[in-house]
Design a protein around this ligand. Sequence first.
Ligand SMILES: *[C@@H]1O[C@H](CO)[C@@H](O)[C@H](O)[C@H]1NC(C)=O
Ligand SMILES: *[C@@H]1O[C@H](CO)[C@@H](O)[C@H](O)[C@H]1NC(C)=O
Ligand SMILES: *[C@@H]1O[C@H](CO)[C@@H](O)[C@H](O)[C@H]1NC(C)=O
Ligand SMILES: *[C@@H]1O[C@H](CO)[C@@H](O)[C@H](O)[C@H]1NC(C)=O
Length: 967
Amino acid sequence: MADALISVLLEQLASVVYQHTNQAVKLVLNAEEDVKSFSSKLKDIQAVLEDAEKKQVADTGVENWLAKLKDVSYEMDDVLDEWNTEILRRQVEEKQEKEGENALVTKKKVCFLMSSVCFCFGQANKVIHRHKIARRIGELNEKLTLLIAAEREMYGFHQSTKGGPDDQQLIQRQKTSSLVDISTIFGREEEKEMLLSKLLRESSPKVGRFLVIPIVGMGGMGKTTLAQLAYNDEKVTAQFDKKVWVCVSSPFDEIKIAKAIIENLDKNETQKSSNELETLLQCIMSHVKDKKFFLVLDDVWTENPKEWESLKLPVIMQSCAEGSRILVTTRKQEVAKMMGANSSMIYLDKLSDRDCLALFNSIAFLDRKEDEAAGFGAIGEEIVKKCKGLPLVAKTLGSLVRYKKTRKEWQDVLNSKIWELEKIEEQVFRPLLLSYYDLAPAVKRCLLYCAIFPKDYNLEKDKLIELWMSQDYLNSKENKEKRRKGQYYFESLVMRSFFQDFVVDEMGNIERCKMHDIVHDFVQFLTKKECIIIEVVKGDNQIVELRGENVRHLTLTRVPYGPLSFPTSCDRCVNVRSLTLLDSSITTISPGSVLQMKCLRTLNLSWSGLTELPKEVGELIHLRYMDLSYNPILKVPDAVCDLYNLQTLVLIQCSSLEKLPKAMGKLINLKHLYVLGCWKLRYLPKGIGSLKSLQALDCFYVCEREAAALKLGDLGIMDQLQGSLEIRRLGNKDDASETEKAQLGNKEHLSHLEVVFQDEYGVLRKHGVDSEIVKALQPHQNLESLGIEWCHIGTTESLYWIKSLHNLRKVHLRFWLFCEFWPPLGKLPSLEILEITVMDKVKKVGVEFLGIEEEETETTFSGILFPKLKRLSFYYLSEWEEWEGITKEEDSSSSSSSEITIMPRLSSLQITECPKLKALPDFLHKITTLRTLTIESCPILERDYQQGVGKEWHNISHIPNITIQSH
Ligand SMILES: *[C@@H]1O[C@H](CO)[C@@H](O)[C@H](O)[C@H]1NC(C)=O
Ligand SMILES: *[C@@H]1O[C@H](CO)[C@@H](O)[C@H](O)[C@H]1NC(C)=O
Ligand SMILES: *[C@@H]1O[C@H](CO)[C@@H](O)[C@H](O)[C@H]1NC(C)=O
Ligand SMILES: *[C@@H]1O[C@H](CO)[C@@H](O)[C@H](O)[C@H]1NC(C)=O
């Protein structure tokens, strides 16, 4: 991990020496010399780091030496950042002076006499501060000299011949590859059959009412994969009334498990917040009584019968219907014994070399041509022997060599010394280490950072990238580049199988993923001194357990109700750079504790119950990321505006928050501001308008009457906005001209736009200027998703621009209470998902919806309409009677040569609460790709399409998944 730290630090040092020398805030002269000498020494060290990193796993001396090197590097990083912050402060002051000259002339005059004294004092302070920084640089330089001497004397590391792959290489090879998420299972057919038969077999006197089936095997054997296959098996799904999957892990916590089961059974269940085990168990019982219940407990560690018995699963299972099952995966046979389930155990043994090879090859040669693959076979077989029959290892190594193009590179993997390391706890760590060493230094850091999360945690891609950014792992001058770099790093970890269990959104992008247990063990093994997760003990509101010398990233779970406060003796916090709270219910965090964590870069207090944030956070000058979302805070302290390094501020669903600090314009590094769901927030402060390089603003609250409010037109200069933007409370008198000034058409990186017309109090407005506003909304043609709600327009003319949005993939239109038509969408080449909800005035939908222009009649147009549409949904269209398709003469000889295809890819159609709709258009009957048709509360359609007997039934009977019902 030191190599990543150092390569980033070197870049910073270089920019310090070469860039800042011209800056207004100069370092004191000799400090510059020290910085140069420090850099050159660091470069010498960098050359031997690869060797040192590999040796440290087997040699504690080396490990200690590296730890010291890291300390020096971290400290240097802090010093440089302080210096940089000094420069930022200066910039902000200059900017304010300039702005002040215009606005605050009078105020300044009054203050002048008073402040001149302070002013001089301030200057002197700064000079002293600069001397302090210079002195610290000098000291660090000396420490580094000593480290180098020690290295020469004791270790004599070898220089590495080549470094890891650089970014350019990484980007290059990623272009040609795709995601590896192998779902086929190699060499486990027999076990799978055995498992299914145990699950599905009817109960017998010998088996009893229910059965516990343990899957036992060492880490990386594929236990979870096998359990997942069974869990998702169609026959299994059909046979059980209730299915629940819970990840148990260690420590065994019966309350948490019981809660997870309830959460799975019913998201709404109010009992789930109870902390009484008995209540929770009763609640589970009430849900599964007399039901055929299938429970999976993944990754059980406890061998303690007392813990196991506390869950009272046998009692619960006795109340279920016969044939219920518990499936347990565990690394330990003792667990199976403890459960009294030895006889039904399925033991996963090593794979044969042949199966391992098949798995390895399936990944290693995934996108290689056959002739390309030839010649690697023999080396591949040798590598596979090192897998020792572990599928996870085969998969990891397959992913590793997948990007190695030459025989030599394959040979290097095979000859790697890591195979010989003795000290590594688990066999599987060795191949993981191989893959790990192959990563670029910065990517390594990104991977290791994931150690701050507990096992089985859902890693959200976009958040993760922002976290990496906050730790300065994505070093790049251009901020736009940083995000892209984060994407590449994420993908390269995906492709090396460090991540798995991907969840993609409806547009097909990876939203989140997880780490395999063992990968998690592995990153924790590598970061064991730096990243710590502590469960705070109940009834003891102090974090006493904080061991380890140099905790850099601290995660606290289950901090009990009350203020969070570290013991004053706890000087271990001084180096903490990330603090994350999970599963906690604090009220505030004590000022003293805040001041103990001066190095903090990342602070996540979301979902923590926080009602108040102390103003001392303003002193966390290094802070870059602050997440306060989902908390009942009333106020963000003004001092937050002094955080010149802050890049990300997350306030999502702070539903009590009424106001943001006025001086937010001082946050010159702010790139991401998230305020969605802050319903009480009346407006965003005007100062934000000067943050020209803002990249993410998820919600804009229009407020016309307030002078201190940011105006929509102020978004005009923010041409770097990307991702999603929601504009709410639109529809005021001036909004058309403000919308025009906002220049949405220039925001080429914006992918989702959502606009909600509604006045400040959510009251329905009188007919207004909406059509002018809609005209002015015209976004850039890169837009992928568009939503418009509560818009008062009679026709869709003002939406003329929608036809030019060639990249639009998703559209939803809701509550257009006065509009009689649907916009022309048929010719949008990329549209995949369309939803229309509540349009009370629409009676008839004609060809205008298909996008056919008036001058083109149905006979002259030919082509495909809605070429990519996959999902179409209509909800609550109370007056809708007629849906016209294309009325084409069956007798084709007389009509012209036009050929029209409509919605050739449609796979799902949903129509809900359209009580007057008389029929579906003919073209729908002909769509062969339609898989799901749902008709709910549409009496006429229900009658005509009724299964078997309706007069139109024959037109839809080919669709596999039909639901027709009324409520
Ligand atoms: C959960 O609550 C929502 C809203 O209260 C309700 O619409 C939904 O049907 C409930 N779901 C279940 C499973 O009870
Ligand atoms: C449990 O089963 C395994 C294999 O099925 C066997 O080797 C072991 O002896 C059994 N242990 C007990 C206590 O029955
Ligand atoms: C912050 O904490 C919340 C819950 O406490 C968690 O859901 C979220 O994923 C965390 N965010 C990040 C970026 O780690
Ligand atoms: C069948 O339709 C229902 C809803 O109408 C949907 O939830 C389900 O996923 C569909 N099943 C398949 C296999 O497509």
